[in-house]
Design a protein around this ligand. Structure first.
Ligand code: 2NL
Length: 349
């Protein structure tokens, strides 16, 4: 009698223990298997106690023991499956924890200003064209009607590239983005209406106000009957979009070898509104771009008949308007990649 009762009690207690057991990794599952199902495990030793049970109760005891063994095996299989699944997915993690924040970048202020300029001209039907920063003498100077001994060609102002004794061309870092417009004209497809943004290089001493590389946006429009009036209205539209509908403009005669006539365009000071401040040097006007009608020699150099076609071109810097808009007082900040500086600007376009 006692033996059977002992057995029943043990099975009850063991069932409770097995039920409440939980494992967090496969090592603990293996320990569970050894403890309960191993060759020296508790299930085996319970089976051993069968010999003490009186014969007439052996059938019943055998059944109960078998049930218990199945119960432990099922538990073992469940534990095994659960821990293996979580270890395979690497998920010993708590998935309810908040994730690591993904840092959101910001637009560079030069890119912001460049994109604003480009977007206005795109609405007027200008396409964007880009060209190489390493350029030959023809596309940067000669085709642009820059005479051989023009000071702009001087070693002092231009970074020439040493391409070795055998190089047939003078390679250099472009000093303006006009090389891109020359390349557009050489393609021979007319009319042309392009806007050319990009980085340019000049051999200048680096200071808070000037750098040896900076950015420009140039534009070119060539078709039959393009006039200076077209130039004025196009640029007038541009500055109104850029600086507000109330802005006033003035054109001053100027000189560039690649345009004739040439002009510089001023806008009424967008800082003081024309009252006179440090930015406009008390004149009420700020110079923002140079422009003119494309010189016939330039058209000819690119295989365009100047008797049939005329065009206007303009060029402006990007750094100075960006500095004025964002209150940046040192041009070197643009190229230092200091995250504390860069993260102040918007991530939007
Ligand atoms: C300035 C003045 C200018 C141009 C750039 C140009 C290009 C070709 C033909 C004729 Cl391919 N002209 N570009 C014309 C006038 C002025 O830039 O102050 N830039 C910052």
């Amino acid at each position: 009698m006692r033996a059977m009762q002992d057995l029943l009690q043990k099975i009850e207690a063991y069932k409770a223990e097995v039920s409440s057991f939980n494992a967090t990794d496969t090592k603990q599952v293996e320990e569970f298997r050894i403890k309960w199902l191993g060759s020296k495990g508790l299930v085996k030793s319970l089976m051993g106690e069968m010999k003490n049970v009186p014969n007439e109760q052996k059938r019943e005891a055998g059944q109960l023991l078998n049930e218990f063994k199945n119960f432990v095996e099922e538990k073992f299989n469940a534990l095994k499956e659960a821990t293996e699944a979580s270890e395979q997915s690497g998920a010993t993690l708590d998935l309810t924890l908040p994730g690591d924040e993904t840092p959101l970048g910001s637009r560079h202020p030069i890119a912001l200003m460049r994109n604003r300029i480009i977007a206005i001209f795109q609405r007027l039907g200008f396409a964007v064209a880009e060209g190489p920063e390493i350029e030959d003498d023809w596309h940067n100077f000669t085709a642009l009607n820059l005479p051989e001994h023009h000071p702009a060609r001087d070693m002092q102002d231009t970074f020439y590239i040493d391409a070795g004794q055998n190089s047939a061309v003078d390679w250099l870092l472009r000093t303006h983005t006009s090389n891109t417009q020359i390349r557009e004209m050489e393609k021979g497809k007319l009319p042309i209406r392009v806007i050319c943004p990009g980085r340019v290089y000049r051999n200048e001493t680096i200071s808070a106000r000037s750098h040896c590389f900076f950015h420009q946006v140039e534009g070119l429009y060539i078709d039959e009957n393009v006039s200076f009036a077209d130039l004025k209205q196009t640029l007038y539209f541009f500055v109104k979009e850029m600086y507000g509908q109330d802005v006033r403009v003035r054109f001053r005669p100027s000189y560039f070898p690649f345009t004739e006539p040439s002009a510089e365009m001023d806008v009424s000071c967008f800082i003081c509104g024309g009252e006179g401040c440090n930015i406009c040097k008390k004149t009420g006007w700020v110079e923002i771009l140079g422009c003119g009608m494309v010189h016939p020699n330039v058209l000819q150099n690119c295989g365009i008949n100047p008797e049939k076609y005329t065009g206007f071109a303009f060029g402006m810097g990007v750094e100075r308007p960006a500095m004025l808009k964002y209150g940046i007082n040192d041009i070197r900040l643009f190229s230092e990649n200091d995250v504390r500086f860069l993260k102040q600007f918007t991530s939007a376009l």
